[in-house]
Design a protein around this ligand. Structure first.
Ligand SMILES: *Cc1c(COP(=O)(O)O)cnc(C)c1O
Length: 363
């Protein structure tokens, strides 16, 4: 590499580091240190195959991947031997996987997902050619159960594939899982498959008091969680979990052939460094910053609010220059910041000071 190319890498690194300093709008944790794992970048690690029965090659981290799957299984209220799973490339792949299993279980099923669901859900349904119905959501982002009842009622003779949100991307809303089961019971729809999209919520709800029901104990069939969101990883990743029987039905396949073998190590490192107690402390710290943000934004007249169980703070959409600089999530006339572990009170102070200078309302 010539010195010009090396200088470009230096400049890129400096720019990315700078951008991280104003990265408060997306559910991506930028605070982590996996330097113990740097040496693994010198090896062609590839986790191809089922982590539980082994792949065709041995330069893999399946043993660590299995432990990571077990850690997430326990977190999601399942005994490790009840579920199967693998480390994915992110929440989207987990949603695709869960819906593929749903179609395997019920080829004639109709999928129901809310207007606030992540775009990966509609994409997966298109790829899989599963009939999908978008259900209205309430202003707070949770699925509208009356609309769901109506739509289920139109297809009572067909199995129901429900994609439930455990923390919507924009507002952090959690769909009412017991309420959904009650409606399915009421309509006598026993052929049902529930997949939960818990990209961010799956690493938040386990650590708060009186969380709404969200995990396998609430009758899930499969669950997708992102690794790069609350945990924070240098490459996108996630975990998908499902009840064993569903995985057996499709021969315990994984969507990719060659798979990232470093991501499981990174997640394993995170679990061994923090553990459940460490993550609980981290999440508590995040909620303290989220509350601080609500307080400051209220004083600035920006009409903030957040769900009790969510780290996403919603407020009036600020001028474009401010939204762009702080990389806010925006939708219509609202904006979002997410109190991820790297977001400090100091970030909030600087952000709100700029809001106040530029005026807090859409111009
Ligand atoms: C981020 C997100 C996803 C997609 O996850 P990726 O890891 O980015 O693929 C899916 N669902 C929800 C609710 C999300 O917030």
């Amino acid at each position: 590499m010539n010195s010009n190319d090396a200088a470009r890498l230096d400049a890129l690194f400096a720019r990315l580091r700078r951008e991280v300093d104003t990265y408060i709008g997306y559910p991506v944790n930028c605070a982590f240190d996996y330097s113990l794992l740097l040496r693994f970048l010198t090896l062609p690690v590839n986790n191809i195959g089922d982590p539980f029965s082994g792949g065709p090659t041995r330069v893999n981290t399946h043993e660590f991947e299995r432990e990571v799957v077990a850690d997430f299984a326990r977190l999601a209220g399942a005994a490790p031997d009840e579920v199967w799973g693998y480390v994915t490339g992110g929440g989207s792949e987990g949603n695709l996987y869960g819906l593929m299993l749903a179609r395997g279980a019920f080829p004639e099923g109709v999928a129901y997902y809310s207007a606030d669901s992540h775009s990966s859900v509609a994409k997966a349904l298109r790829l899989l050619r599963v009939d999908g119905t978008e259900v209205r959501s309430q202003v707070d982002g949770a699925v509208d159960l009356d609309d769901l009842r109506g739509r289920l009622g139109e297809n009572r003779d067909r199995p129901a594939i429900i994609v439930a949100n455990v923390g919507t991307t924009m507002k952090g809303a959690v769909d009412d899982l017991p309420g959904i089961h009650a409606i399915l019971d009421e309509l006598a729809i026993s052929r049902r498959f529930l997949h939960a999209d818990a990209a961010l919520g799956g690493m938040v709800l386990p650590f708060i008091d009186d969380a709404p029901p969200w995990d396998f104990r609430a009758g899930l069939d499969s669950l997708a969680i992102s690794g790069h969101k609350l945990i924070g990883t240098p490459v996108p990743c996630g975990v998908v979990l499902t009840r064993r029987g569903h995985a057996e039905r499709v021969g315990r396949l994984t969507i990719p052939g060659s798979r990232d073998g470093i991501a499981p190590l990174i997640l394993w490192h995170a679990w061994r460094t923090h553990g459940v107690d460490g993550f609980r402390r981290i999440v508590r710290g995040c909620f303290a910053v989220a509350d601080y943000a609500v307080e400051c934004l209220r004083a600035a007249g920006a009409n903030p609010w957040r769900h009790r169980h969510s780290l996403a703070v919603i407020f009036d959409r600020p001028p474009a220059a401010v939204a762009r600089k702080w990389q806010l999530g925006v939708q219509g006339n609202i904006a979002r910041l997410v109190a991820m572990p790297h977001v400090t009170r100091e970030h909030i102070d600087r952000f709100v000071a700029e809001l106040t200078t530029h005026g807090s309302h859409l111009v």
